[in-house]
Design a binder for this molecule. Sequence first.
Ligand SMILES: [Zn+2]
Ligand SMILES: [Zn+2]
Length: 416
Amino acid sequence: ETHEEEEDTPVTRFQHYLRINTAHPSPDYSSAVSYLKAQAHSIGLQTKILEFVPGKPLLLLTWPGSIPSLPSLVFNSHLDSVPAEPDKWLHHPFSAFRTQNGAVYARGAQDDKCIAMQYLEAIRNLKARGFSPLRNVHVSLVPDEEIGGFDGAAKFVESKEFEELNVGFALDEGQASPGDEYRVFYADRVPWNLKIKAKGQPGHGSRMYDNSAMENLMKSLEVVSRFRESQFDVVKAGKAMNSEVVSVNPVYVKAGLPTEDGFAMNVQPSEAEAGFDLRLTPTTDPEEMRRRIAAEWAPAVRNMSYEIIEKGPLRDYIGRPIMTATNDSNPWWLVFKQAIESAGGKLSKPEILASTTDARYLRQKGIPVLGFSPMRNTPILLHEHNEHLQDTVYLKGIEVYESLISSLSTFTEASH
Ligand SMILES: [Zn+2]
Ligand SMILES: [Zn+2]
């Protein structure tokens, strides 16, 4: 193994990036940016660091095209990762250990450090073959996607630097496919972070009485559960995909009177709170959702209140649901599809992504964006323990991007 680590190959370069701990809550952006910048220089790309918020760099790489006035391409990937619990992994999440079977274990192996390095390797190979693009090709490596992208992609798309890129089309991360076909995504769901709070009369732990904070919160959990079930039933009946309904999942509950070694067991608390990850589809009516929350999930008449933090836009600037066309009306789509096929791949039916990416910020600006990560025959492990990616799948993905970058960058029919 040690011998292998000394080599400089596409897989060891991927491992190197994975070993830089960019997990929240304290992502090491500066090490990640220096490594990627050095890689970009070794390939001969232009580099620029944008820092909309101090300590949160965005690395922008550019491969100039011979007709730079054409709308450009952006290949996006986020630098950060969600945290991992090392004790629960087979191999440490920042060791990027490669097993004898070729599986590389690391937080970020699928989500989404693979694509950043695959973009770079694909460009390296195309350059080595003497290929040159007509339109400008950019790679954007952005901070903070996992916490909402407010200080990253959201600020980037509003910047003058972004405007100057004159972006025609972009690719961002997708999700692994357990089958033979690659998956592609034309829209994201949008997260609402929902906090429901209950207040009530405190009382002796032995007493039964109405309107305690916990009783009110428990009632609320029941109502939320029923809504969750109604949505899940549609999926179970085969009428919709997971990503086409509204999901709601509790992610924390907070209550109780703390003591030195836990909680007072004989006091019913006067406050209780629960947090939910709620995901709206691009066609969900946000007003209806709000009314439901106010009337049924957190009714003021039961001493409940709520707070919604919307993690991004649901509509574009002219009020339409944010999605990218995957039909003949979108010339980029046709080129994308063909490029996948000429790399020997097949696409499954375009989907809405159940989770959420920075693509929503670009789409909101009217830019067509597809979510795509070339991982097939791969279990979906984003945010899970033992996230890993097979080396052969990783390497095949580089070829797929070579095909995509060469086709998309030489295609001239589309106007923005
Ligand atoms: Zn991601
Ligand atoms: Zn993620």
